[in-house]
Design a protein around this ligand. Structure first.
Ligand code: DLL
Length: 432
């Protein structure tokens, strides 16, 4: 373990530390950030009024809109001469979400990352290729400093230029890959195409930044011959480093000394009992640059507080089921893309590349699931093709409860991604 004393604290000790830090945070936000001062004053919350962790419920939620409304630096807790780094998440519309870090924040960030990389099995013996895009995105630099702190050899290739990635992987005998799972999948496909898959020595995948079902993870592991771990985070909270898999892979350990997690009902905002599935809300307990009070992540998960077999006591959050705003409503039925991915990945005749296209015709939603065939020779056998299509359709209907149109498309015809995959094409608004 990277910081054993911290990572194995008793539940009671964790909660005492969280309470102490929560009080500090409320006081800090009151004193340093006019936006929070107003919010907290209106809600009648002061540090003195926080007597137990449950009292966090008096604090109003913070949302992405609050960050946007105060663009670019309105939620910063320190003057610019104390802010030493800026990151931003692109977002699909409008201005980016901007976040700032003090020196302490960067120190804590690399500790959090080093812990998670170590939990995933990385060591100072590893040669790690970072194939996340370097830049305003938090993924690359977050893992970069964490891995360096652990003593690993970092190779900052950034994303893209896949053939060169694969060449360096062979020449350096890279042992660990940092990327989105979809890019890892693509690297594997390309290495096979180049006929060098057997010359690759990867043992560990530190993946994250987008969803990946266990079934998809199995496929990636099979292709690249590595052990894949899932890592969760978001720019607003720090970047990667919020939580990550250990070798048991029974939920991602949350760095609870820095992040206080709650699960709420995303519709009503009500806090749900421990163990429930719902929207993850995070309070950053130590951040100075841009602290977040009860930030609504919109990510759907559940949290297990039982200590893990690995010896760590930090709570574990389940793989992200989806984002509350990514959930597709098809003819009134809630559909998470991850449910579809699980079904598709259980068929070995199809490749792990798919796209979901939603349209509306005659006032009714239609979901088309486009998926690539793994083996082009199937195209010549109409009967087998129809049977496969029928089986996929049937299994999707069993899981989702709705009819979909399944289209089997030619191998390598769907778009590949070097960063986060964009698998949903929702054309409903354009059809109006
Ligand atoms: O994606 C931070 C990150 C970088 C995490 C590298 C892990 C590794 P953003 O670009 O702000 O930050 O995107 C945050 O991505 O709200 C989730 O919806 C999604 N996301 C992040 N990690 C996972 C994951 C980074 N492991 C948004 N599984 C979050 C599923 C994830 N979704």
């Amino acid at each position: 373990m990277f910081q054993k004393d911290i990572e194995t604290m008793s539940r009671q000790k964790i909660e005492e530390l969280q309470l102490e830090r929560l009080k500090w945070l409320v006081d800090y936000c009151m004193k340093n950030i006019p936006f929070y001062n107003k919010r907290l004053t209106e809600a009648g919350v002061t540090a003195e009024k926080i007597k137990s962790l449950k009292d966090i419920e008096y604090i109003p939620y913070t949302t992405k809109d609050d960050i946007r409304d105060t663009y670019p630096f309105g939620l910063f807790g320190q003057p610019m001469n104390k802010i030493v780094r800026i990151h931003a998440s692109s977002g699909t519309t409008g201005k980016p979400t901007v976040v700032g870090y003090t020196k302490n924040d960067l120190e804590n960030w690399s500790d959090c990352m080093a812990r998670l990389c170590c939990a995933a099995g990385a060591t100072d013996e590893d040669i790690v290729q970072i194939a996340f895009g370097y830049g305003l995105f938090t993924g690359a630099l977050g893992l970069h400093y964490g891995l360096e702190k652990l003593g690993a050899t970092v190779v900052p290739t950034s994303s893209g230029n896949t053939e060169k990635q694969i060449m360096l992987m062979q020449d350096f005998q890279t042992t660990a890959l940092v990327s989105t799972p979809s890019y890892a999948q693509y690297i594997g496909e390309k290495a096979k195409e180049m006929g060098v898959i057997d010359k690759i020595n990867l043992k560990l995948g530190l993946f994250g930044s987008e969803g990946c079902t266990v079934e998809m993870r199995d496929q990636i592991e099979k292709t690249l011959g590595l052990f894949a771990t899932d890592n969760y985070g978001m720019s607003e909270l720090m970047g990667p480093g919020v939580s990550g898999d250990c070798r048991e892979r029974c939920g991602m350990h949350i760095n609870e000394d820095h992040f206080l997690a709650e699960i709420i009902d995303s519709k009503t905002g009500e806090v749900l009992p421990k163990g429930s599935q719902g929207e993850l809300v995070i309070t950053t307990l130590t951040k100075e640059g841009i602290p977040m009070l009860r930030y609504r992540t919109k990510d759907i998960t559940q949290i297990d507080y039982e200590p893990c077999k690995c010896g760590r006591t930090f709570a574990r959050m389940a793989k992200i089921k989806g984002r509350s705003d990514d959930m597709l409503k098809i003819r009134g039925v809630n559909v998470f893309p991850s449910q579809i991915e699980s079904v598709l990945m259980s068929f070995d005749k199809i490749a792990p590349h798919y796209q979901l296209v939603v349209t509306r015709a005659d006032y009714s939603d239609r979901l088309e699931v486009k998926v690539e065939l793994a083996d082009a020779s199937l195209l010549e056998n109409y009967g087998a093709l129809e049977k496969l299509r029928g089986d996929i359709h049937h299994n999707l209907k069993t899981v989702l409860g709705i009819d979909t149109k399944v289209s089997l498309v030619e191998s390598k015809s769907l778009e590949r991604f070097q960063g986060k995959a964009k698998r949903i094409v929702d054309l409903r608004n354009q059809d109006k």
